[in-house]
Ligand binder design. Structure first.
Ligand SMILES: Cc1cc2nc3c(=O)[nH]c(=O)nc-3n(C[C@H](O)[C@H](O)[C@H](O)COP(=O)(O)O)c2cc1C
Length: 306
C-alpha cells in the first residue's frame, strides 16, 4: 500500500486528510471522533476573541449532492472557553491544528498566542470567510494585509502558521505569495465561494444573512485551479480543500500541487466514515499508478510524463 503519511510545515501527519475547519469540529469530542475515524489531523472551528452566536437561522442550504451554502457567521465560544475542547481532542491522541479569525493583525497575533498555549501543533489563520463582516475575506483580500497579518503572527508564535486564503479574488496566488513572504509555513486553499440562494415564494434570500459561502463538490474545479496556480508561485506546501469526496478528487488535488487535503462538506453527505474510505481509495489510486508514496505524486500534473 502506498505510504500516505506526509511531512507538512514541520509536523508529521499520519495521513493527508484533515478535518476542515467549521465542520464537525465544534467540540473536543467531535474533533476526537474525526481523528478516531481516520483523519490525519483535525482543524478546530475558527475561534475568535469573544463568544459569537453567529447569524440567525436559516444558516445552511443543502443542494442535492453537489454543494452546500452556508452563512453561519463564525459562531464560536471564544478563546477563553475553547482550549478545554482542544485538550479533549489532544487526550484522544489527535494532531490538532487551531484555527483563528480576527479583525486585524494585533488580534490575530494575540489569539494565536493563546491557541498556541492550548497545545495545538499548528495554527491556521482564517483569512477567507466570505460572509462575516469585519473578518475573513474583509481582512484577507489584499496581499499587503495578508503579509502583515501573517508576519505579526509568525513573530509571536513558535508553531507553524498556515494561511487559509480566499478564492473570492482575481489572483489567489498573489495572496499565497504574500503569506509566504510574511513567513507562513503552508497555505490552505480554498475557503468557500461567495454565493446566494433566493426563495422565489418569499422573494428574499434563503439564508437569513443573505449572502453565504458555497462548498462541496461544485467548488472542486475552482479549488483545483487555485492550488495549481499557487503551487507554481510558492515553495511552501499547499493544502488542498474544496469539494473532496473521493480518493480521485484527492489525487487530483495532489497532482495539482497539494501535499495534504482538508475535507468538510462531504462529511455532511457521507458521514465521518469518509476518512477511512478516502485513505483507502487514495492509497489504491496511488498503487495503481505506481506511486510508493503520496509525496511522490505532489505536483505531478505540472510535469506530466512525455
Ligand atoms: C458549515 C461550514 C462552516 C465553516 N466554517 C469555517 C470556519 O469556521 N473556518 C474556516 O476557515 N472555514 C470554514 N468553512 C470552510 C471549510 O473549512 C472549507 O474551506 C470549505 O467548506 C471548502 O471545503 P469543502 O468543500 O470540503 O467543504 C466552513 C464551511 C462550512 C460548510
Amino acid at each position: 500500500m502506498a505510504e500516505l503519511g506526509v511531512r507538512l510545515a514541520g509536523i508529521t501527519l499520519r495521513g493527508p486528510f484533515l478535518l476542515a475547519s467549521g465542520i464537525w469540529g465544534e467540540s473536543g469530542e467531535s474533533l476526537a471522533g474525526a481523528w478516531r475515524a481516520g483523519a490525519g489531523g483535525v482543524i478546530t472551528k475558527s475561534i475568535g476573541a469573544a463568544p459569537r452566536l453567529g447569524y440567525p437561522n436559516p444558516t445552511i442550504e443543502v443542494y442535492d449532492q453537489w454543494g452546500m451554502l452556508n452563512a453561519m457567521g463564525l459562531p464560536n465560544p471564544g478563546i477563553d472557553e475553547y482550549p478545554k475542547e482542544i485538550e479533549i481532542a489532544r487526550r484522544a491522541g489527535a494532531t490538532v491544528i487551531g484555527s483563528v479569525f480576527a479583525g486585524d493583525e494585533t488580534e490575530f497575533a494575540r489569539l494565536s498566542e493563546r491557541i498556541e498555549a492550548s497545545g495545538v501543533q499548528a495554527i491556521e489563520l482564517n483569512l477567507s470567510c466570505p460572509h462575516a463582516e469585519g473578518f475573513g475575506t474583509e481582512v484577507g483580500s489584499e496581499p499587503a494585509d495578508v503579509e502583515r497579518i501573517v508576519r505579526a503572527v509568525v513573530q509571536r508564535v513558535h508553531l507553524p502558521v498556515i494561511a487559509k486564503i480566499t478564492p473570492n479574488t482575481p489572483d489567489p496566488a498573489a495572496l499565497a505569495v504574500a503569506a509566504e513572504r510574511g513567513g507562513a509555513a503552508a497555505i490552505s486553499a480554498i475557503n468557500t465561494l461567495r454565493a446566494l440562494a433566493v426563495d422565489v415564494t418569499l422573494r428574499r434570500p434563503v439564508l437569513a444573512h443573505g449572502l453565504g459561502g458555497l462548498s462541496g463538490p461544485a467548488i472542486k474545479p475552482i479549488g483545483l485551479a487555485c492550488v495549481w496556480q499557487i503551487y507554481e508561485k510558492v515553495r511552501i506546501p499547499v493544502i488542498g480543500v474544496g469539494g473532496i469526496r473521493t480518493g480521485t478528487d484527492a489525487l487530483e488535488y495532489v497532482m495539482a500541487g497539494a501535499r495534504a487535503l482538508e475535507v468538510g462538506t462531504a462529511i455532511t453527505f457521507d458521514g465521518i466514515g469518509i476518512f477511512a474510505r478516502l485513505n483507502q481509495e487514495l492509497s489504491e489510486r496511488l498503487d495503481a499508478l505506481g506511486y510508493a508514496r503520496l509525496e511522490d505524486a505532489v505536483g505531478a500534473a505540472h510535469s506530466p510524463p512525455s
